[in-house]
Design a protein around this ligand. Structure first.
Ligand SMILES: *Cc1c(COP(=O)(O)O)cnc(C)c1O
Length: 368
């Protein structure tokens, strides 16, 4: 019965909330009525219970192991999505700071982060890719970065435009990185990051929890007069239990981290799989460059969100319809870029990407 339900799943290319590993969903299905040892569901137990505290610790521990995260950083599980971080970051790190924060704006999300920061203090835009419709990344070495800046904010993967920094950035000021749509897609040198944040619902689990990895030294910068929920220091002191945490989302995030470790074999392996998946699609774009018009400059292509469009609206409609008939859905691009966006996060099986690549070849041969 369960496997029949699993078999009726489509290949879901949604940008977020997005595909989750089937193994994780099946584990949740098994445990949803009664969490082993708890006598009740994860949805029903206190966040102060021994059972939930074990789940919470398990999720933190798994993330620490995957990321090789040292004791220098705190792991926080917060709510309010990545968007609340757009505000919390400047509230905690910019308010009262004599130095401006610097923003590298490479797409829609970076722009939204900047707009929120402006409400809190002085910000400087050191790069804005708007003039080329956010199709490329800057050479970070060439930017006018200030070593004394309150922090430098960057978006590692622009989900809407489909451009992604392939490597960890090296900056002198505290580095703050929005990794919402590529969190855990590869190993990182976490020493380079002072604050990394990611909502879970793209690459790490269901909606409801946002992971914040913050260097402990930065916690001291949070002003004591901030509203309680908005203070990183407060959350760190309360071990992310200052208020009721999103218990189910934390549980599911922990299972995804466990899946990455046990089934995939860690972030090196995940990275190899992600490169392989993305190259299946980009090689079709390169084979039919006049038919599939890629949005991203080749060097900056995202391994997570593959964006392209057609010369005509009719081709786009036909593509979406044909894809749906072949069991692939949620491929329509964001309205600001148009065209198609195939989100191929960690949990998208390679079979799904192969099916899409084959469909793209067939569609081009018929219609190009
Ligand atoms: C989705 C996304 C966000 C917004 O996340 P919410 O949880 O909806 O607030 C921010 N940044 C990036 C890069 C995203 O992909």
């Amino acid at each position: 019965m369960a496997s029949q339900v699993a078999q009726s799943r489509i290949y879901n290319f949604s940008a977020g909330p997005a595909v989750m590993p089937v193994e994780v969903l099946q584990r949740i299905q098994e445990e949803i009525v009664c969490l082993p040892g708890a006598g009740a569901s994860i949805l029903e137990i206190s966040h102060r219970s021994q059972e939930f505290i074990a789940i919470h610790e398990h999720a933190k521990e798994r993330l620490r192991r995957l990321l090789k995260l040292k004791d220098s950083h705190e792991v926080l599980f917060l709510q309010g999505g990545a968007r609340l971080q757009f505000s919390m970051i400047p509230m905690n790190l910019l308010r009262g700071n004599p130095q401006a924060a610097q923003y590298i704006v490479t797409g829609s999300w970076g722009k939204s982060a900047l707009e929120e920061a402006r409400k809190e203090g002085a910000v400087e835009v050191v790069f804005d890719g708007k003039s080329t419709n956010y199709d490329r990344l800057p050479e970070v070495k060439g930017l006018a970065l200030n070593a004394e800046a309150a922090y430098v904010h960057v978006t590692s993967n622009e989900t809407i435009q489909g451009i992604q920094f392939a490597e960890d950035l090296e900056v002198a000021a505290p580095l703050v990185c929005d990794s919402s749509s590529d969190f855990l897609y590869r190993p990182y040198d976490m020493e380079k990051y002072d604050l990394m944040y990611a909502c879970a619902q793209k690459n790490a689990g269901p909606a409801g929890v946002t992971v914040v990895l913050i260097r402990k030294q930065l916690l001291e910068k949070s002003a004591d007069d901030l509203p309680g929920y908005l203070s990183y220091k407060n959350h760190a002191e309360a071990d992310s239990m200052w208020n009721t945490p999103p218990t189910f989302a934390v549980y599911a995030l922990g299972l995804v981290a466990e899946w990455l470790e046990e089934s995939i074999g860690g972030l090196e392996n995940m990275y190899a799989i992600n490169r392989q998946k993305a190259s299946l699609l980009y090689s079709v774009l390169d084979e039919y460059p006049d038919f599939y018009i890629g949005h991203a400059q080749t060097k900056d292509r995202s391994l997570m969100n593959v964006t392209f469009r057609f010369a005509t609206e009719a081709a786009e409609k036909g593509f979406l319809l044909g894809a749906r008939e072949n069991g692939m859905d949620s491929l329509k691009g964001h309205r600001s870029v148009g065209g198609i966006r195939a989100s191929i996060y960690n949990a998208m099986p390679i079979d799904g990407v192969q099916a899409l690549a084959q469909f793209m070849k067939d569609f081009a041969q018929k219609n190009a």
